[in-house]
Design a protein around this ligand. Structure first.
Ligand SMILES: Nc1ncnc2c1ncn2[C@@H]1O[C@H](COP(=O)(O)OP(=O)(O)OP(=O)(O)O)[C@@H](O)[C@H]1O
Length: 464
């Protein structure tokens, strides 16, 4: 699908504007950007049409609006400066005016398309740092994603030295599984942070003990919403949270994911259950191309007992600077039989046989929290890496330098494929080509074919 974006341009430039303060709580969006979006309840089915007609009605000059222009008068100046990007991605261009108008949104856009910045800009436009209360809550499925979102939010919130010292800066707390809840409890009691990024388990503990309350909440974001709804461990807590939040007045709700299976049903349920207001907007970017187009998909067929050797020859021929190797979870049966986990077998093999320069790191649920944190921070340090991971790294984790994905085991569903593949190709305006290579047996070819049909991409066979 054609994008609305002008040609690629230099990214990550800090804009040369002075950093005077604009009002934090000025909530009127640029009227011409949202004037064609009716405020009355929407027929959900008409939402995609409505969005495209809203975009069509926007004059060319506004269609090319910079991020700064979209945020003008709504997001504090120092936050806009910290963003650094000039051009909005498609999801940012389409969703920001709607979010700034106060509407609830389902952000449904490709992996790596900038959904995080979209909802964070909304949060910075809404919160009042003079109030000592938690006003925004971002729920994420994993500790790893939580740490990443917290880091981006804190970077954006950081105020420059020369800024108005009377204005308090926005504080961001990470309330994540594996953290020290006692420390959080004292923090929440003494000086509530403005924004909390939480995994649902840790969040519910604090809500149940009434250490954290929802009363002053203005924005609730559920990131990777389909994953949390699909997780038997997390879904009931999420439903409970959404039901409690639905009683709060003056609230805004945002759901985000690159995959929202049966999205019409989901939207219907959101309205029925009052998780969102009835005029919720479904911002669906690139619906006919769910997979980023810069990805090349390959497969190699080999026997089950040849997979390690096949991976090794792929690594030697690709010589990836930075790559992720996804491995399936160990089955209960294999655990009971006392077998070593597949991740351990693969790590041992690579450490012995792989002679490339990249550091080999591991990320999986069974590691202790400190080792998990250490692996990801080493990867983020730059330099080359080969990260061996279970699906723990498949959702939301942003490692923009990753150029190669290897599915050592085929993912269980097309949705899992989409998210694993989406750990590469994460530089929105880059032409860099990234590859996803699947190591499969001949029996698995038809499963991969099914994913290709479902996600509308082509996979090429590599000669061995
Ligand atoms: N306007 C922009 N211009 C250039 N890069 C951007 C822009 N907005 C965000 N990015 C960068 O794009 C990368 C991907 O963004 P982000 O992590 O928000 O993707 P996402 O849509 O949440 O993906 P996923 O569905 O995988 O979670 C990040 O490194 C982010 O800094």
């Amino acid at each position: 699908m054609a994008t609305l974006s002008p040609p690629p341009q230099l990214l990550s430039l800090k804009l040369p504007y002075s950093s005077h303060h604009l009002p934090f709580r000025f909530r009127n969006p640029n009227p011409s950007l949202v004037s064609s979006i009716p405020r009355s309840p929407l027929a959900i089915r008409s939402v995609p049409n409505l969005l495209s007609s809203a975009a069509d009605a926007v004059p060319d000059e506004q269609r090319a609006a910079t991020l700064r222009r979209l945020c003008e008068g709504l997001v504090p100046e120092h936050v806009v400066e910290e963003v650094g990007y000039i051009e909005p991605t498609d999801v940012q261009r389409q969703a920001l005016p709607i979010l700034f108008s106060g509407r609830d949104c389902v952000l449904h856009a490709q992996t790596g398309s900038g959904k995080t910045l979209t909802y964070l800009l909304l949060i910075f436009s809404v919160v009042n740092t003079q109030r000592s209360a938690v006003q925004a809550l971002i729920v994420v499925p994993t500790r790893e994603l939580g740490m990443q979102v917290t880091k981006v939010a804190r970077t954006l919130a950081a105020k420059p030295m020369e800024s108005d010292l009377e204005q308090k800066s926005c504080s961001v707390m990470a309330l994540l599984d594996g953290g020290t809840l006692r420390r959080h409890k004292s923090w929440l009691k003494a000086e509530p942070p403005t924004v909390v990024v939480a995994t649902i388990g840790s969040l519910c503990q604090q809500l149940d003990k009434q250490i954290l309350t929802l009363e002053s909440m203005r924005v609730l974001v559920i990131d990777e919403v389909d994953f949390i709804f699909n997780s038997s461990k997390q879904v009931s807590s999420l439903r409970k949270l959404l039901t409690s939040y639905s009683t709060i007045s003056n609230r805004q709700t945002v759901f985000a994911s690159a995959s929202i299976p049966q999205h019409r049903r989901f939207l219907h349920e959101c309205v029925q259950q009052k998780w969102t207001k009835s005029n919720v907007v479904h911002v669906h970017v690139n619906p006919i191309e769910p997979m980023p187009s810069c990805l090349h998909h390959n497969f190699v067929i080999c026997g089950k007992n040849k997979r390690l050797q096949t991976l090794l020859s792929l690594l030697h021929s690709d010589a990836p600077h930075s790559g992720i190797i996804f491995v399936g979870e160990q089955s209960e049966k294999s655990k009971k039989a006392g077998n070593a986990p597949p991740t351990t077998i693969l790590m041992d093999f690579l450490k012995d046989s792989y002679k490339g320069g990249s550091e080999i790191l591991l990320l999986e649920e069974d590691m202790n929290i400190n080792s998990r944190t250490a692996s990801l921070s080493e990867v983020r340090q730059g330099g080359g890496y080969l990260l061996v991971s279970t699906d723990l790294a498949a959702r939301g984790v942003d490692l923009p330098e990753t150029t190669h994905i290897y599915n050592f085991d085929l993912p269980r569903t097309a949705t899992d494929y989409l998210h694993r593949a989406g750990r590469t190709g994460r530089k929105p305006f880059s032409n860099e080509e990234c590859t996803v290579t699947n190591i499969i047996t001949s029996e698995e070819r038809f499963v991969l074919q099914r994913y290709e049909n479902e996600l509308m991409f082509n996979c090429e066979e590599l000669a061995t």
